[in-house]
Design a protein around this ligand. Structure first.
Ligand code: COA
Length: 328
């Protein structure tokens, strides 16, 4: 039997501070009614004081390592999927490696925005399947609140902070990650972007004045592409694995918008009881949304051995991707 990778531990962490829709309605021209109806989001978590992305990573990772029953020093590789790392250089994964004391682990970040966890899973899965690494920690973590324009009601109501982590190890059996699929279309790069701070627009007083260091989004255009793309993606992923939609025990979608999640579930004819939803509590936590939701369904024992579990995401790039797992 060829090697596969298997998720042997999950963990998550979200900051304590809760910002609910009514808090936002006091600061900008919005309402709980609009946000709930258009997105499904009721509240989000935000970091406080000096709490950083790698701090969130550390707590989620410690939970995942504990659930896998392994020590940080046993790790061979750490990947952090993020678009809101501690600083542009070095990688947040390197900072996490130090905080964990994971001295034997190589460490790097992946940026595929909201699809980052699926991209990271694809890379981690391939390292494990090839026999290169035996114990890989993959974290999706975001501190989006530091990159939001709190005067732009079209974006600031959508995002939140948090982190989720998984440990991957090899297996020779039939269970584990069956397939991963990643895609991108850079022609729509400006649908969701953060234009300032890179080599194209290095930070100057003008880029700050022009509010270029914040997330910008063409929400409606993105919404339409997301719905269309995800419907095809989930059906294709099942087809490749010869699994029927009715056999799917749990869909764990990226948590951007309840209407997008519901449209995907409808296409699969899945009842919402078989769909993981937590955007009401956390908003869109970008690369962290899938591993946080996965950790929740594992801890709530909503998935069991041999279940088919699908993960799917869509985000800036544009990027999108999916994974089918036979749990256990
Ligand atoms: N409160 C109140 N009104 C708001 C608002 C807010 N927070 N944000 C926008 N509006 C207004 C707009 O100004 C617009 O008003 P107008 O008709 O007078 O111009 C109206 O609501 C409709 O705006 P629109 O952008 O067309 O709404 P929408 O139904 O598309 O919902 C999103 C907006 C962002 C919730 C939705 O488009 C979305 O979720 N997009 C996809 C996000 C996504 O998948 N991203 C990928 C992963 S990050």
């Amino acid at each position: 039997m060829p090697l596969k990778s298997r998720i042997t531990g999950t963990g998550s962490y979200t900051p304590e501070t809760i910002l609910d829709n009514s808090d936002l309605a006091k600061k900008i021209d919005t309402s709980d009614k609009w946000i709930t109806a258009r997105t499904g989001i009721r509240q989000r978590r935000v970091v406080k004081g000096s709490e950083t992305n790698s701090d969130l990573c550390l707590k989620a990772s410690e939970n995942a390592l504990q659930s896998a029953g392994i020590k940080a020093k046993e790790l061979d590789l750490i990947i952090v999927a993020t678009m809101s790392g501690d600083q542009p250089m070095p990688s947040t994964a390197a900072i996490l490696q130090n905080k964990l004391g994971a001295k034997s682990a190589a460490a790097f970040d992946i940026n595929a925005a909201c699809s980052g966890f699926i991209y990271g899973l694809t890379v981690a899965d391939n390292f494990v399947k090839s026999g290169s690494y035996k114990k890989v920690l993959l974290v999706g973590a975001e501190v989006n609140s530091k990159f939001l324009d709190w005067k732009d009601r079209a974006t600031c109501v959508l995002f939140g902070d948090g982190a989720g982590a998984v440990v991957l190890e090899p297996t020779g059996g039939k269970k584990g990650i069956l397939s991963t699929h990643i895609y991108s279309d850079g022609s729509m790069w400006d649908f969701i972007c953060l234009p300032g701070g890179g080599s194209n627009h290095p930070p100057t007083s003008k880029t700050i004045r022009d509010r270029m260091h914040y997330i910008k989004m063409k929400g409606n255009e993105t919404f339409k592409v997301a719905v269309r793309t995800l419907e095809k993606l989930v059906l294709d992923t099942l087809k490749v694995n010869n699994v029927k939609p009715s056999e799917l025990a749990m869909l764990i979608p990226h948590q951007a918008n309840m209407r997008i999640i519901a449209a995907t579930a409808k296409r699969l004819k899945l009842p919402m009881s078989r769909v993981a939803v937590n955007l009401d509590k956390y908003g869109n936590t970008s690369a962290a949304s899938i591993p946080i939701a996965l950790d929740e369904v594992v801890r709530e024992k909503r998935i069991k051995k041999d279940d088919y579990v699908m993960l799917e995401a869509f985000g800036s790039g544009l990027t999108w991707g999916s994974a089918l797992i036979k749990w256990g």
